[in-house]
Write a protein that binds this ligand. Structure first.
Ligand code: ADP
Ligand code: MG
Length: 392
């Protein structure tokens, strides 16, 4: 028997080997049956093609065979690093199991054919030995590729984690800077007072009390941030408080920011006093975040105006805060993303302001809505319920 004839006989056997392999694994495991039902159309040419290549390789010269193995290694490494992403229903173990089964059917066929055709022992053992090496090499490089993929995934995950940590740290810094800026400003005012001839104790007291408030707010900013990260509520203790007391503080701080940014800030406070249950510092934080955003949006324009309209009608069960600015507004695509933590269009922004606002508002049982027209301005509406019995 001549080598070309033997090779031809073996090649002719390929469709049968493939069919036996599919029937065999499908009957062993339902998972494989479903897999081949779905993927047979492209698996068939791939598998039969590579069987052909393996048989050819068993008859090559030693040098040719080494080149073949090198190519096989590279191919299988790529398959290992991409296959499982494309075919997520199979595990690497499944792939090895399939390969093992295919090897078994190929070897059985080779043994049967070589015995039938009375192939001389040397050639017979070369074929069997080569097929063994070919299959082991393909398994080995497949696994190598797979491990490289896993390594890369672990590395990417680690990078993502690091960048998230960086973003979070930046977010913390941003949230801490607001109260720090106002503490610094009021300390300057206090120092000016102390240097002046006319010392107003009431003013001094007021400035100091704001500094103290801001330090408390620093403290709650840190716990708020942690609870945003942990998505856990119950940080600030709830209490009864009057709306005007919070609004007055918001007004003073907003005026202060407005001065800094050279924009105008106006506020309309309802005539009715309302008592609210919750944390006054949460309401303050939400409002100041929204006001700072509004001021960021208008300051670029020049004639910037930010207005806060607080409205409550007697007997109504909700209170409404509408923050209006005539700033740059937002495009629909920006508007769609503003709630995402870390979404920002500002160079030094963190994109955490609105995410924190939303979380705090929802915890108060309220809603937060934004309407915006690019080039015209933005209206942020904060509504939250108050019980009828809360009214005085
Ligand atoms: P940051 O202020 O750090 O950017 P925010 O969560 O507070 O993060 O806001 C996210 C983004 O929403 C801003 O970067 C800005 O593009 C947009 N935005 C928020 N408020 C306004 C507003 N009043 N006018 C225009 N754009 C706004
Ligand atoms: Mg902001």
């Amino acid at each position: 028997m001549h080598i070309p004839e033997l090779k031809a006989i073996l090649i002719q056997e390929i469709p049968r080997i493939f069919q036996t392999h599919i029937t065999d694994v499908s009957s062993q495991d339902k998972k494989f049956q479903t897999f081949f039902d779905q993927h047979l159309h492209w698996m068939k040419p791939v598998i039969t093609g590579s069987l052909g290549g393996m048989i050819e390789a068993s008859f090559m010269s030693h040098e040719e065979y080494l080149i073949f193995l090198d190519q096989l290694k590279e191919q299988n490494r790529i398959v290992g690093s991409t296959f499982l992403l494309q075919v997520p229903e199979l595990s690497p173990n499944d792939v090895l199991e399939l390969n093992q089964n295919l090897y078994f059917h190929l070897i059985s066929t080779c043994v049967r054919v070589t015995e039938m055709e009375k192939v001389y022992t040397e050639l017979k053992s070369q074929i069997i030995e080569r097929l063994y090496i070919t299959f082991s090499t393909s398994d080995h490089s497949f696994l190598q590729g797979y491990l490289q993929l896993k390594d890369k995934q672990v590395f990417d995950l680690h990078q993502q984690k690091l960048s998230l940590v960086g973003q979070m740290a930046a977010g913390m810094a941003h949230e801490i800077r607001n109260p720090l800026t106002s503490i610094k400003g009021f300390i300057q005012l206090i120092m000016e007072q102390l240097r002046s001839e006319r010392l107003d104790k009431d003013d001094l007291n007021f400035y100091l009390s704001i500094c103290e408030e801001q330090m408390n707010s620093l403290d709650s900013v840190v716990s708020n941030f942690l609870s945003l990260v942990r998505n856990k509520s119950g940080r600030s203790s709830a209490e009864w408080y009057t709306l005007t007391s919070v609004l007055e503080r918001i007004q003073v701080l907003a005026q202060f920011y407005a001065l800094e940014k050279s924009v105008s800030f106006t506020i309309h406070i309802p005539e009715y006093e309302v008592k609210l249950f919750g944390s006054p510092s949460d309401l303050e934080q939400i409002s100041l975040n929204i006001i700072r955003n509004a001021m960021d949006a208008v300051s670029a324009g020049g004639h910037g105006k930010v207005h806060l309209e607080v409205s409550h009608q007697a007997g109504e069960r909700t209170i409404k805060f509408v923050f209006i600015d005539n700033g740059q507004g937002m495009s629909p695509s920006v508007l769609a993303k503003v709630w995402n933590p870390f979404f920002t269009t500002k160079e030094s922004g963190t994109g955490l302001g609105l995410a924190i606002c939303r979380q705090l508002t929802e915890e108060m049982g309220g809603t937060l809505e934004i309407q915006s027209l690019e080039g015209k301005g933005t209206e942020v509406t904060l509504t939250f319920p108050i019980e009828a019995k809360d009214l005085t």
